[in-house]
Design a protein around this ligand. Structure first.
Ligand code: 4NP
Length: 172
């Protein structure tokens, strides 16, 4: 167990999808919300990124923001950015949404040093399905609700695994 006391560097957690406007901003927002509820805000560095550059600088998709809002999660203020090779060094845990993301992130791990940091988010989902978070971008609103349910289940388990791994003291 890695002890993370008040003087330790925060645990870096990065969520990655393709566009950084639907799935990974939601995961960032939900995880941030869960971390805050556990009183652990100062123990984590939380961010999200996309493997593609099409939406860089844009806010999350309005349908994703609306779905999040109905569940009390605020995604306002987020801005899409592209995944950078340096993220492999900067973040302790990189959670990707699907197998294409996994491939595209690991492509940057040229010396094979950081692969152990990169996992499919749904490895933490108690109902993992095909281990991928479906891309809701071209689907209807039900897709966004499904993504919310998947992401919140998985990040909930992820947080508790990290609390255990780093021996963090939850407030609640
Ligand atoms: P995300 O969804 O990867 O969950 O942000 C997508 C957003 C945009 C596109 C694809 C997926 N796109 O092709 O523009």
């Amino acid at each position: 167990m890695k002890r993370a006391d008040a003087t330790s560097a925060p645990v870096g957690v990065l969520f990655v999808c393709l566009g950084n406007i639907c799935r990974s901003p939601l995961a960032e927002g939900v995880f941030r919300h869960q971390v805050r509820a556990a009183g652990l805000e100062d123990r984590f560095l939380i961010d999200s990124a996309g493997t593609g550059a099409w939406h860089v600088g844009q806010p999350p998709d309005s349908r994703m923001r609306q779905t999040a809002r109905t569940h009390g999660i605020d995604l306002d203020g987020q801005q899409a950015r592209q995944f950078a090779p340096e993220d492999l060094e900067r973040f302790d845990h990189i959670l990707v949404m699907d197998k294409d993301n996994l491939h595209d992130v690991l492509y940057h791990d040229r010396d094979g040093l950081f692969g152990h940091r990169v996992r499919l988010l749904r490895e933490f989902d108690p109902e993992p399905g095909d281990f991928q978070v479906p891309d809701p971008y071209y689907g209807g609103s039900r897709g966004f609700e499904e993504v919310f349910a998947i992401v919140s289940r998985a990040t909930h388990v992820l947080l508790h695994r990290l609390v255990h791994e780093y021996d963090l003291d939850e407030v609640a």
